[in-house]
Design a protein around this ligand. Structure first.
Ligand SMILES: [Zn+2]
Length: 432
């Protein structure tokens, strides 16, 4: 009798032990800030965010949420709290035509990996807490993802398309002398990327700004090639995104089932209508063709033909973005430049978001396009994209209100990823 009587007691002791283990994760409270809820557009004033380990455990206000003892308190009184930025178009090892790329001509895979690691760290510190990498040589982003998850390096959360799939002569940083041609080769390439760990597939369906030859405004991959890629990818629950400059190529890609489109320099009302119907997404990367980018291209010593091409494409690109915003196309922020790259007085991912407002979005919708919307496209919105209980504590702390003026993103002073303060400009002795 006694034995059986003890069992529930023993179980109770065990359960207490287990639950006390569960709350043993370090706890932090962010106290007094104005929390921007990008989901419903409301602001929680005088908020408390209780972080347990990597995730948000509770959200309340100073008045109604009791802060437990033994909690590290970070005073953010009167500051503004937003989710970390989610940038859908980042190449950690980007090389563009010019003097800088020439210096990297003999870069080894090892050198490239180290350069990628440095850029991943800088990306996080500039406020981008999650990225998607649509094409990185040597699978650098997949390796970085593992190292960052282990805690060996500081960097954003990474979703990666592995290496981009390009037809012979197609778009890439370097001339593609032998690319992937025909449905059989495309099928093989997609399977290899998925084997390597890619959670996205990137297709170069048209040429781009950096290509000196070939038509930028036509389709470079055939329908059969695109269809083969989508077929294999979707079998594995992997989405497909396409580098696309042209409406013609995009129309074919939509019929093939491609999920999202990058750049869209020459997209018009007609193609956006088709994209909406297919629930396809648009990643504008508008910074690559506007004023800030031209300054950047001059700085890195890009050739004249490239500067001219970027400038002329810029006008069409801007019109495309305005049209997409007016039509309520699903837009997810992507910069193509390094997220931390200086651009018109701020960094590229912030400038990209500001440009959405200048092209017609409300500041709240621009903030959503840079947080919640990309999280949805990544199907990672249970983990990132907004400040909600259960999600990762990926938080930006700003001095000013981004909902009334998106340029408040420039007042970023603190970056928290997974509950860890990785940057604090206001601390007496900075964390970094
Ligand atoms: Zn790109």
């Amino acid at each position: 009798m006694q034995y059986f009587g003890l069992r529930p007691l023993l179980l109770g002791v065990l359960m207490t032990a287990v639950s006390s283990l569960a709350i043993a994760a370090p706890m932090t409270a962010l106290v007094g800030g104005n929390l921007v809820d990008v989901e419903d557009g409301k602001v929680i004033k005088n908020s408390v965010i209780l972080i347990e380990g990597e995730r948000i455990a509770q959200i309340g206000t100073v008045r109604d949420l009791e802060i437990p003892q033994d909690v590290t308190v970070i005073d953010v009184t009167n500051k503004w709290l937003t989710p970390g930025l989610v940038n859908m178009h980042v190449h950690f090892t980007l090389k563009l035509p010019g003097a800088e790329a020439a210096q990297l001509q003999y870069e080894t895979a090892g050198g490239m990996t180290l350069r990628g690691a440095v850029n991943a760290r800088k990306s996080l510190l500039s406020g981008t807490t999650t990225v998607r990498t649509p094409g990185e040589d040597n699978h650098v982003a997949l390796a970085l993802d593992k190292a960052i998850k282990k805690g060996d390096f500081l960097g954003p959360r990474i979703f990666s398309a592995g290496t981009a799939i390009t037809p012979t002569g197609g778009h890439s940083g370097e001339p593609v002398l032998s690319g992937v041609d025909g449905p059989v080769e495309v099928t093989k390439a997609v399977r290899r990327e998925i084997l390597a760990g890619a959670s996205w597939i990137k297709l170069m369906i048209t040429r781009g700004l950096a290509d000196p030859h070939g038509a930028i405004n036509s389709s470079d991959m055939t329908f059969e090639e695109m269809r083969a890629a989508v077929d294999i990818a979707h079998r594995h629950g992997v989405k497909v995104t396409a580098h696309s400059s042209s409406a013609v190529a995009t129309e074919e890609a939509l019929r093939a089932g491609v999920d999202s489109f990058e750049h869209g320099y020459f997209f018009d009302r007609e193609i956006f209508t088709k994209m909406k119907k297919a629930n396809a997404w648009y990643i504008p990367t508008i910074v690559v063709s506007q004023k800030g980018a031209l300054e950047f291209f001059k700085k890195i010593g890009s050739p004249d033909w490239y500067l001219k091409r970027a400038e002329s494409v810029g006008k069409d690109h801007w019109k495309a973005l305005q049209t997409a915003i007016k039509m309520n196309v699903n837009i997810a922020m992507g910069s193509d430049q390094f997220p931390f790259e200086p651009n018109e007085g701020t960094v590229a991912s912030i400038r990209e978001t500001e440009l959405y407002v200048e092209a017609g979005m409300t500041p709240l919708n621009a903030l959503r396009a840079a947080t919640l919307q990309p999280a949805r496209l990544l199907e990672a919105d249970k983990d990132v994209g907004s400040l909600k209980v259960g999600k990762y504590a990926d938080i930006l702390v700003l001095d000013q209100n981004p909902v009334s003026n998106i340029r408040a993103l420039r007042t970023l002073g603190m970056v928290i990823k997974g509950g860890q303060t990785v940057r604090n400009d206001w601390a007496k002795s900075p964390v970094q």
